[in-house]
Each structure stands twice: as C-alpha cells, then as structure tokens.
Write a protein that binds this ligand. Structure first.
Ligand SMILES: [Zn+2]
Length: 358
C-alpha cells in the first residue's frame, strides 16, 4: 500500500475498521502519512502481543525498566495484583458476553478480554493518586486495573465489581487509536471512544465529558440486563428491598436519603450503617441527556424515541465515526455547536453552554 493512501480501515460510514486481536484499530503519525505502513504494522503487532500475552508484557517491562520501582505508576500497579476469585472470573466472562452484544449491535465481531488482562488490586495496596479511584484502562498496555470493592465488614460486592468491570471493558472495546508522539519514537493513546487527545497536550482531551457520560449510560443499561443473572440476583434483590424501605426516609437536612442513583445498597447490622454505591458521572450524564432531549424535540418525526438519538452517540463511541453525530448536532442548533461542545473541557461551562443552545 502507498503510504500516502489512507488505508481502508479509515473507511466511510459504511465500512468498519478491520478487526485485530487488540483493541487498537488505528495507528497514526502527526499526519496519517507521517508513519510508514511498516511502522504502523509494527506498532499493531506490539499491541497484539500485549493483548494476547500479558506475562510477556510484564517480563518486557522488567527488562526495559530494570526494576518494578522504575516503571511508571499507572503501569507498575499491575505487579501488585492479587489472585482473582472464581466469582470474579465468572463476572469477567459474563461482562465479556454482554459487551460483545454491544459490539455486534454496531457491526463488530466479538472481542474477549481475558481475565489475564484484568488486574485486581486489594484495598490496602497502593493506588495511583492521579487516576480514577476504582478502576482504569490503559490502552497502550492493553489492560484494566480494578480495585476490589470491599466494604468494611460486609466484604466484597459482586454488583460493584460487575459495574466497574462493565465500565472499564466498554472503554476497552470502544474505538481505540494510537498516535506517534512528537519528536519521539513512542506512541500513546490518541482516541478512546469519543475522547480525542490533542497533540502535545494530553491534559484536556476533546469530548472527555461526553465520552464518559455515554460509557456510563451504556454501563447502566447493561447492568440492568444482568439483574436476573444468578450470580448477582441476591445482591440486586437486597438493594431493591432496602430501597423500598428507605424510599420515604429523609436526612437530617430534610433531603431524601436516597437519590435514585444507587445501584447497590447494603446494611451493616453490627455498626448500624448503610453502605451504598452510586452510578458515576451524574453531571456528565445530565448534560448528555439535556443534549439528547433537545435534539429529539427539535427533529420532529426523525427519531422514534430518545433511545435512537442516544444510539447515534453510542455508535460514535464504539466506531470512532463522529460525522453523523456531528452533522446532527450542527443541523439541530443555530449555533452549529459541535466543535465547541468538543472543545469545552470545564464541565460547568459545558453544562451552561448546552443549556444555552437554541
Ligand atoms: Zn470511564
């Protein structure tokens, strides 16, 4: 293939990226033609190697960095993993099945994330401060790190583990692309779902807020579909029971005790305390839903329901194709706000902007 010719995997709306045994579907230079096809294939091969064989990845890390302490913190954590329980392995398999259904919906074949690529870290082990406190996904390492969701005397919650694994695996199985770093032979994440990192500045990616909102909304709907699953049934029933009991309860300040975002609640009789876990990204999701509401109302007759509008956003996350979503946003509002929505990084500013759209 000619280096200056964009390969088929970039395709139009009709064709989807070529399948690889890694979550990385594209590798780019500063401009697409800035890296050779040979270099591109080499990076994809390295990624495939990491996806297939984490043991070798760890051996390579130790060789390259000399010792565990020299490895960057977000990656070093994998050396602290504790053995997964058989239930955790079962949950990973269930989540793989569920998220493969999601991939199929958007035209992709199955991609199974092996338990070997998921590192469970115990509560008392050190955890990188700069990262999400519960779990994170490292595209360049092809792995997920998750902290065991232990609640004091109550022990581990299967529901919280499932919810966190769902969210992380959706990131893993969404559109992932790498880009060569400036003045370096190294590559790093360029796109993950909608999230788009600018060159030379990885602190404020485009679409960061919307991407998280969509991934968490997908997590919520997939978790709901798992309510009857044998492994989780008891915890779901327990949560529902407590929710019913407490639906009228108020806090000392007179606010409702439960906010409706809880997906897991347990009561510790010994200490007389309530423990709950809530779905995340509530402001991001509120902004997304406001945007979807407005698009649905302003495009009368074009969508059967709001779900169809959401699917367009979800499709953009899974395939990396943002043009249809972008065109819809721009044709809906006078302001043609697609680019600005991408660029506003501050979440309060983004909410204000979406509120202001006419
Ligand atoms: Zn996330």
């Amino acid at each position: 293939m000619n280096h200056f010719e964009k390969p088929k995997i970039t395709g139009g709306e009709g064709s989807l990226p070529e399948e690889k045994f890694t979550s990385i579907v594209r590798v780019l230079g500063k401009k697409y033609e800035d890296i050779s096809e040979a270099e591109r294939q080499k990076v994809l091969e390295i990624m495939e190697g990491r996806f297939i064989n984490q043991k070798k990845f760890k051996e390579d890390l130790l060789r390259d960095f000399g010792s565990v302490e020299n490895i960057p913190e977000a990656i070093r954590t994998i050396f602290l993993e504790r053995e997964k329980t058989s239930e955790e392995v079962e949950i990973i398999n269930i989540v793989n099945e569920k998220t493969n259904e999601l991939r199929k919906k958007f035209g992709f074949s199955e991609l199974n994330i092996s338990p070997e690529n998921i590192y469970v870290i115990s509560q008392n082990a050190p955890w990188p401060k700069s990262l999400d406190p519960d779990y994170y996904y490292v595209p360049i390492g092809q792995f997920i790190v998750i902290r065991e969701p232990k609640i004091k005397q109550l022990g581990s919650s299967k529901t919280i583990f499932t919810k966190n694994i769902l969210h992380a695996i959706i990131h893993f199985k969404s559109y992932n692309a790498l880009k060569k770093l400036e003045n370096s032979s190294e590559f790093n994440v360029y796109k993950a779902g909608l999230e788009n990192y600018k060159r030379g500045d990885d602190s404020k990616p485009y679409f960061g807020n919307l991407n998280e909102a969509i991934v968490e909304e997908l997590t919520i709907s997939l978790l709901k579909e798992l309510e009857s699953c044998l492994l989780l049934k008891d915890e779901f029933e327990q949560t529902e029971g407590i929710k019913k009991c407490l639906s009228e309860e108020k806090t000392k300040e007179g606010k409702p005790l439960l906010n409706g975002n809880e997906f897991y609640i347990a009561f510790d009789k010994e200490t007389d305390t309530l423990h709950s876990a809530e779905f995340g990204r509530s402001q991001e999701r509120r902004i997304l839903n406001k945007l979807i509401d407005k698009i649905y109302r302003k495009n009368v007759g074009q969508f059967k329901n709001k779900e169809e509008v959401f699917d367009l956003f979800a499709k953009a996350v899974m395939t990396g194709r943002i043009m249809r979503m972008g065109k819809l946003i721009d044709k809906t509002f006078k302001e043609k706000p697609f680019r600005k929505i991408a660029e506003i990084y501050d979440i309060n500013a983004l909410e204000e902007y979406v509120d202001s759209l006419k």
